[in-house]
Design a protein around this ligand. Structure first.
Ligand SMILES: [Zn+2]
Length: 260
């Protein structure tokens, strides 16, 4: 990580990278919120960081400090969960970007690994663009949709030689637990994995095309905080998840920059 993640680097190395022409930085957007009885509260933050570093190596970018507390009101009934207000979120992220702009960084990728951050990140990025216009380019890359793509699941299943659970990419389910295990195997307590649970009631409503957004308290849809089945989670599966998704997202990022 020392090659990309600025909290692990010294200023001389960062200056050298920027002087060599790097003007892009990925901001990992995570959270501190419950992820079931078995996975740590930093799950989304660890995933955002590992994915950002892999993407940064492909697109030749730096990685900013992870946003380790996000917008998570729906998880607050579970112990330890934390949330920022939207106002604090916007100020914090804006001031991170403004600090980094002072050092010559111009292209910002918000790599979001937590659903609750989607709306505040989008608005913050639009406000920054409105304020700085041509001095800056911003892109919001939300992992939330693509991490459930059937194509990604098939690729991982093929290389792993195993069937993955359904829904694979659910909150604190097999995919997220595997991604944490790759980051640090000891952070997931496999003895605590809950019985498989699929939130049919929630999924039926949220997939209804007539319903735009449901505002909910997660504890009403899952007693343990987990959706899906994490019993077959593994570090190997997590590694494959990062490998395929980082390449796919890097491809999309390279195509998505504003024409200058
Ligand atoms: Zn998560």
């Amino acid at each position: 990580m020392r090659d990309r993640y600025i909290p692990y680097m010294n200023w001389v190395d960062i200056k050298d990278k920027i002087d060599s022409g790097i003007n892009t930085i990925v901001l990992p957007m995570g959270a501190t919120e419950q992820h079931g009885r078995h996975a740590p509260l930093g799950t989304d933050s660890f995933i955002a960081l590992e994915m950002s570093v892999r993407i940064a190596r492909i697109i030749n970018a730096l990685v900013a400090p992870t946003l380790t507390i996000g917008y998570s009101p729906q998880h607050m009934s579970f112990s330890g969960s934390m949330t920022l207000s939207v106002d604090t979120f916007r100020r914090l992220v804006s001031e991170m970007v403004e600090s980094l702009m002072k050092h010559g960084l111009k292209k910002f990728v918000f790599l979001n690994a937590h659903g609750g951050n989607s709306s505040p990140t989008d608005i913050t990025a639009k406000d920054l663009k409105h304020k700085y216009e041509e001095d800056i380019q911003l892109m919001v890359v939300d992992m939330i949709g693509i991490q459930n793509s059937p194509e990604l699941k098939e690729k991982v299943e093929k290389e792993l030689g195993e069937k993955l659970s359904d829904p694979w990419g659910a909150h604190a389910g097999e995919q997220e637990s595997s991604a944490v295990m790759f980051f640090d195997e000891e952070l997931v307590d496999k003895d605590r994995v809950s019985n498989p649970f699929v939130p049919e009631e929630y999924l039926n409503i949220s997939r209804d095309p007539d319903v735009h957004t449901i505002i909910f308290n997660l504890s009403k849809y899952t007693e343990t905080g987990t959706w899906g089945d994490a019993s077959n989670a593994s570090a190997k599966q997590g590694d494959l998840f990062y490998k395929y998704l980082s390449h796919k997202l890097a491809e999309k990022i390279n195509l998505g920059w504003e024409k200058t």
